[in-house]
Design a protein around this ligand. Structure first.
Ligand code: FAD
Ligand code: UQ1
Length: 419
């Protein structure tokens, strides 16, 4: 095929949802998904794998089984966009023309931005739940630590699931406590941000955890270098604008868990270098924050972690974005204007131990909770949802194009008195 009605770049959480829904609308043979990876991971489960609360095997499906039958799956990396002529370019296969384009390339994990980290991840003590192999390694490191210094870090860039780097800290603390070694381990959470969490209601509840459990919190502290020989991590101290102050500190580690810096993927960073109106200066896909439509190329939409929308980058956000994108793309295909607005919703179940979580749900204005109870309190229900309900909601609902976020449930449970 050299032309399709709808091309979707990226077959992750967002791309799969769009592919499923629009295959039903347009016919699968008129839709193409560009995705080089053969496996699809349920990434929100990586945190639980890192904490020994889930097995990695249960998070893996083949990309083919996730995508709708009959869809054109192009197993190549996109090498260049040409939105002026509705064309996509690949290194190995011929170009593909489209009528409509959805960009869903996620983020690129940038361990390479921290000096020595890519090789240090292969050495004892260094781990990260953001990649499957290192998520399994994370639990091994947590299990084998008997005493010493455990450092957890949060980067100085946007990051997907900004709660995950602290969830694994709480889960590890709980594990060490339950295995009677907690008193021999010093734990610090080192974040580039000025606070534990961006939404004050959840930050207050999380601070109770940090304080009551003896976790040292260092804000405006950004990991820049790892020395695996000496088992030392170097941090730069940041000012209130998140800029380096020039001061650095070096800490010894026995366990170092890294929250990776993230950036747009290379093909989008290249579009930024070429000043393409498809992306902002950094390479995040430029879309209207509510309609998710690119304002220069009206046949182009963005969804998920790659978009320049101000929401927290989560699968939960994608479910609500998908509600708007589905309606708007359908309308644009029919020759009309966008009709629906994404409300900025995102969610992050902050697991704090092996059976409790704080179910943060919010947008830029503050909390936007589904349940008519105070969700900032740690609860078993929130852990149950995260561990048992969300994986099914993801595989059966989100990536199949059925789950459009909890808005309707929230309104029902609040008897209509919610946004
Ligand atoms: P992805 O699902 O990452 O997919 C992007 C796809 O694009 C990839 O498959 C990639 O191969 C492909 N791609 C990239 N470049 C190209 C190219 N040039 N050509 C073709 N294809 C390309 N979310 C929650 O809601 N709740 C949670 O509790 C939660 N916890 C998380 C914990 C961890 C440790 C991690 C890593 C993530 C977590 N998330 C959570 C976040 C969630 O997984 C992501 O926000 C979501 O998967 C992003 O979906 P996406 O479609 O934007 O990107
Ligand atoms: C959600 O929709 C979602 O995507 C499927 C997640 O990722 C796995 C989540 O973690 C959360 C919390 C939601 C929101 C859904 C409800 C029912 C609160």
């Amino acid at each position: 095929r050299d032309h399709v009605r709808l091309a979707i770049v990226g077959g992750g959480s967002g791309g799969s949802a769009v592919a499923a829904k629009f295959s039903r609308i347009l016919g699968a043979s008129n839709v193409a998904v560009i995705e080089p990876k053969a496996t699809h991971y349920y990434q929100p489960g990586f945190t639980l794998v890192g904490g020994g609360l889930m097995k990695l095997d249960s998070l893996i499906r083949s990309e083919e089984s996730v995508l709708p039958q009959g869809v054109n799956l192009i197993r190549s990396k996109l090498s260049r966009f040409e939105p002026e002529n509705n064309k996509l370019h690949f290194e190995e296969s011929p170009p593909l023309a489209y009528d409509y384009l959805v960009i869903a390339t996620g983020v690129e994990l940038r361990y390479d931005l921290i000096k020595n980290l890519p090789s240090a991840l292969e050495t004892p003590g260094v781990c990260s739940i953001y990649l499957p192999q290192y998520a399994e390694k994370t639990f091994k490191e947590i299990q084998s630590l008997q005493k010493g210094n455990a450092l957890f870090t949060f980067p100085n860039t946007p990051i997907k699931c900004a709660g995950a780097p602290q969830k694994i800290c709480y889960i590890a603390e709980d594990y060490w406590r339950r295995n009677s070694v907690r008193q021999n381990i010093h734990i610090s959470y080192n974040t580039s941000l000025g606070a534990i969490f961006g939404i004050p209601k959840y930050a207050a509840s999380l601070m109770k955890q940090v304080e009551s459990r003896g976790i040292e919190l260092n804000t405006r502290t950004n990991l820049i270098e790892v020395d695996p020989e000496k088992k030392q991590a170097t941090f730069e101290l940041l000012n209130a604008e998140a800029q380096p102050t020039g001061k650095t500190i070096v800490k010894k580690y026995d366990l170092l868990h890294v929250g990776p810096p993230c950036s747009p993927v290379p093909v989008l960073r290249e579009a930024a270098s070429a000043n393409s109106p498809l992306v902002d200066g950094k390479g995040w896909v430029k879309v209207h924050p509510k309609t998710l439509q690119n304002e220069t190329f009206n046949n182009v939409f963005g969804i998920g972690d790659c978009a320049n929308t101000p929401n927290a980058k989560t699968a939960a956000a994608i479910s609500s974005q998908f509600r708007a994108l589905e309606a708007n793309l359908t309308s644009v295909i029919a020759g009309k204007q966008p009709v629906s607005e994404y409300d900025g919703y995102a969610s992050c179940p902050l697991v704090i131990n092996h059976n409790q979580a704080i179910l943060a749900e919010f947008n830029g204005d503050g909390p936007l909770e589904t349940l008519p109870i105070d969700q900032s309190k740690p609860r078993y229900l929130a852990y149950f949802l995260k561990r048992y309900f969300m994986p099914a909601l993801y595989w059966q609902g989100l990536v199949k194009g059925y789950w459009k976020g909890p808005k309707v449930i929230r309104k029902l449970l609040h008897l209509g008195f919610s946004k």
